[in-house]
Design a protein around this ligand. Structure first.
Ligand code: KIV
Length: 269
């Protein structure tokens, strides 16, 4: 599906029903949003991973609603076709339904997002219903949900034990019942993700969850090689932008030191 028409949550469901894979990329800036949108990716998530990729935090917990709004606005300015999803940062939900609805509303009203994502299972159902009651579609997220990093004792694959497997399936079904339009499944064994995908009627989007999900999401910095040390097994690096930037900056510095840059073509008469 690469028409110029705006992608909506209805298209996500249509794609699942027709067996067409959904593409999603987590990105946070105007130029990358433009590039991603222009090549026809279906959706851009302004993930709270921005805390780690762009802001240099150790995890996603310090990201604020203002950070998310600011980056969502930048992405929205660069996006015409892709569906824009705002990620609700830690503590912008989970306190009470009212606060959750207000923060989701800010991502749409101020951040120009078209739907919002939040992490968690059964414990989120009331909040999801609240957000939906004011007309905002919600994307769910289970498995290795990064804001639960302290609860999980690190960034670890989830759902390996059979009791956890049952728990995740139960949560996925409850989220679907609460009205999410799609579900991100992060870092779980592929057989479990396949089972969840088969049991839900809404689309699943995998990250580290194998090939049977209805779509896939990756963080742009991981995909283009703009990260430093952390490289989860599920990441495929399609480019090495880190080296490209390094080499360009080295060349610039050498040319300035040697007097080669600026040359006559780069000066004004
Ligand atoms: O924050 C993020 O970018 C995410 C995706 C990786 C799913 O949650």
């Amino acid at each position: 599906m690469t028409t110029m028409e705006k992608i909506t949550i209805k298209d996500f469901q249509k794609m699942k029903d027709e067996g067409i894979k959904i593409t999603m990329i987590s990105a946070y800036t105007y130029p990358l949003a433009r590039i991603i949108d222009e090549i026809g990716i279906d959706s851009i998530l302004i993930g709270d991973s921005l805390g780690m990729t762009v802001l240099g935090y150790e995890n996603t917990l310090e990201v604020t609603i203002e950070d998310s709004i600011r980056h969502s606005q930048a992405v929205a300015r660069g996006t015409k076709r892709a569906h824009i999803i705002g990620d609700m940062p830690f503590l912008t939900y989970g306190v009470n339904v009212e606060e959750t609805v207000r923060n989701a509303g800010r991502l749409v009203k101020e951040g120009k997002c078209e739907s919002v994502k939040l992490e968690g299972g059964e414990e989120r159902t009331e909040e999801i219903e609240g957000i939906k009651s004011i007309g905002i579609p919600v994307l769910g997220h289970i498995g290795l949900t990064p804001t639960y990093v302290n609860e999980f004792g690190g960034f670890k694959v989830q759902g390996k034990e059979s009791k956890d497997e049952e728990r995740l399936i139960k949560h996925a079904k409850m989220l679907e019942e609460a009205g999410i339009y799609a579900l991100i499944i992060e870092s779980v064994p592929w057989k479990l993700a396949k089972k969840i995908t088969e049991e839900l009627s809404i689309p699943t989007i995998g990250i580290g969850a194998g090939e049977y999900c209805d779509g896939q999401v990756l963080v742009i910095d991981d995909l283009i090689g703009l990260t430093f040390d952390l490289k989860p097994k599920f990441v495929k690096k399609y480019a090495d932008v880190n080296s490209i930037i390094k080499n360009a900056v080295i060349e610039f510095a050498e040319e300035v030191k040697s007097g080669k840059f600026p040359s006559q073509e780069h000066r004004y008469d």
